[in-house]
Design a protein around this ligand. Sequence first.
Ligand code: PHE
Length: 350
Amino acid sequence: MNENILELKNLFDASIAKVLDASALDEIRVSYLGKNGSVTGLLKNMGALSPDERKTYGKDVNDLKNYISGAIDEKLIYLNEQALKKELEAMPEFDVSAPVDTDRGSYHPITLVQRQCENVFRTMGFTIEDYSEIVTDYECFEALNIPKFHPARDMQDTYYLENGQLLKSHTSAAQNAIYKKYKKALVEEGKPIRAIFPGRCFRNENTDACHENTFFQMEGVMVDKNISISNLIFFMKTMLSAVFEKDINVRLRPGFFPFVEPGFELDISCLICGGEGCPSCKHSGWLELCPCGMIHPNVLREGGIDPEEYTGFAFGLGLTRLAMMKYGVKDIRDLNGGSLANLAQFTEDK
Ligand code: PHE
């Protein structure tokens, strides 16, 4: 083998043997194999050689190149293994007999209010339903008396999938399926439909202290003969006083939703500022908590229920808002932030 090549190989062997970490190894890689590296430099001598010599010389340089890059790769694996070994050795030994860490964290404020609401409604004969987060345009809008191009869709801009499905913008998206599921028992056995369906909802929203693109609602519906607005008010009041464990100021305002007629906004007085006005209540002293109303005949009909015979109410409780009120969370973004330190301060419940 050509002297220069041999010399370079020996030089390389000596220097790689001394390398202790990956960055020094990388320097070696550059100094040998880089554009201006020594191996590349060897090729510059080729011009002075005869064609025959050139052949073997070229092959030897190439072999050296492969040898060096192989050696560097191997060394890198070795160095990484060593580093891991060192790290593991520095770790304290795992003691299986050590007492369990009793600080297990806390339930999320939304989980807690959701369970409370579920318990209240369960005692009033409501079933608790689960529903998907990805729904069709029909479920989310069409079945709810919101045809395509209806302006009410503007308020519920959400995230669309390429196949036309969407992330549900409200729990009302489950209404149609619930009516269809229970209509037989309603008509044939005279069993009223009483269902709540909590769920995560999504909207294309600019976030601030009281708006989030991901939030929780809990929908409730009751359908039977002779259901009226006073039934609706009774259920809402019972639920809210149970959750807050005190009398809550509420007000009903007219509200428009295409799937209820008449429709209302049920507001509660802001518990964070006591009704004085603060960023959480948009400085109004009231928090929109529960839009509601009597189910629109078109919606009942679409669910297979005769609106001439049956009536019902529906409400869409803002679970996220409720959790904020109950636990004094001033900024809605804290709820999705995932910071345990932030969330744990709101509740001790484990
Ligand atoms: N789904 C409506 C919303 O999220 C709320 C609502 C539910 C209104 C049920 C009336 C009845 O905006």
